[in-house]
Design a protein around this ligand. Sequence first.
Ligand SMILES: CC(=O)SCCNC(=O)CCNC(=O)[C@H](O)C(C)(C)COP(=O)(O)OP(=O)(O)OC[C@H]1O[C@@H](n2cnc3c(N)ncnc32)[C@H](O)[C@@H]1OP(=O)(O)O
Ligand SMILES: CC(=O)C(=O)O
Length: 499
Amino acid sequence: MENIRFLDTTLRDGEQTPGVALTKEDKLAIARKLDELGVHIIEAGSAITSEGERESIRAIAAEGLSADICSYCRIMQPDIDYALACDVDSIHLVAPVSDLHIRVKLKKDREAVMQMAIETTEYARDHGLIVELSGEDASRADLDFLKSIYQAGIEAGAERLCFCDTVGMLIPEKTEAIFKDLAASLKIPVSIHCHDDFGLGTANTVAALRAGAGEAHVTINGIGERAGNTSLEEVVMILEWLYKYDTGIKTTELFKTSRLVSRLTGIPVAPNKSLVGGNAFSHEAGIHVHGLLADTSTYEPIRPEILGRERKIVMGKHAGKSSVSLAIKEMGYDIQDSHLNEILKRVKELGDFGKHVTDADLQSIAETVLNIQCNSRVKLEDFTVVSGNRVTPTASVKLKVDGQEVVQAGIGDGPVDATIQCIKKAVAGVGDIQLEEYHVDAITGGTDALVEVLVKLSKDGRMITSRGTRTDIIMASVEAMLNGINRLIQAESSDRIKE
Ligand SMILES: CC(=O)SCCNC(=O)CCNC(=O)[C@H](O)C(C)(C)COP(=O)(O)OP(=O)(O)OC[C@H]1O[C@@H](n2cnc3c(N)ncnc32)[C@H](O)[C@@H]1OP(=O)(O)O
Ligand SMILES: CC(=O)C(=O)O
């Protein structure tokens, strides 16, 4: 493997994920981050799609990024004219190559497609564009026809070629054989563009790169049409760590990029997604935490910092003494073995009831067992929320903070958001408390279900999770927030006392 390049298509194929539509500002933010990561080519969109899409592509092309900015085009002159109007560096010029696509979709024959591919390649080259000529549905195409279209493309001026496994039908062995054949037959290396319909996108991409592909088409978090595309983070980390190949990608920015794309597209990352999933560096099992304390490589293939992440130890029914003792010590308490056994027993009891064990739960258990008093500095007096289809959700909250009454009102994206904004404003005097995560679960079915709200709050680098459980989602949110805020400020005071 040498000189591997990455074409990131988060902004084109990734945006084709059903339900995703990015604004110009969203696309610019993602493009800047991809450039910071060090991807070589950013496929910024399909210029033919709409005026808004063209404005976004134009804005990205005008950013002066190091990456080559590319637009998807069909083998049609209007698509190329629109790409030219966006001032892109290159086009991903896509010719359907399987007989299925040629006959059923285009209602043409191989000769016509060959002619269209040649003419549009020449047209784009004559207008100063770099052309990546791509075979759509190449994995179901006749390989000889595919090679002849690539050859004609090279003669017409294409500088890059691409093989699309459009509906994810490749397997690694077949990929390897095809790419060895292409490498032996063509003067320039072919790129690989895979879809994940059978979960083989990454495996096929890596197989192609090892067999001579020069460029991988990828997306952040593997988003894309249907089951998605090959994910950038997986290919990069596999090449770096399992094949010892230096990709040049800034891996410490991968996690932040993943979260940025998830937030802007509204597509959550599965907790168990490799490398960037919420649980990829979280540990609950006592045997694992015990091992990690001796050497993190016992239960982690790489250090989380390599991806710009942190390790998380989670409490629950699988916890052991090592993890409980670590968490309690981090909370600033000194404990003896007898206390530790009792705390662990209570943690497991909570777990057996099917409960998440939050930091606040653990702290409260520890305080009970160690017989420590916890005084809530922030107490709820009352709150009011107004919401409906014709009003802006508005909330007012009255709290007692260190015995002083504080009243705040505010608006939000919904009643819960409005209430949380008020609480944050009301406690601003005790410090800058950030809401990092908010999850809600209905514990029982029905509209009168018990609702569990889990929040993750941070203050000055310290993070805490807490829970509120009520039948009313707003009350559960208020409870989780106030519980967490009190625990955070109490943990800070314990630190001060220790110092
Ligand atoms: C595998 C992939 O990811 S391909 C990329 C998919 N991306 C997109 O579809 C981008 C967004 N698409 C759009 O905005 C619209 O579909 C447009 C503007 C491209 C076309 O819109 P319309 O003119 O209304 O056509 P429509 O969407 O109904 O059909 C697609 C047309 O493109 C043709 N076509 C499809 N792929 C190609 C191709 N690679 N080269 C040439 N023509 C193509 C189809 O045969 C069809 O032609 P027809 O209208 O003459 O039958
Ligand atoms: C072009 C493209 O995105 C595909 O064939 O999957």
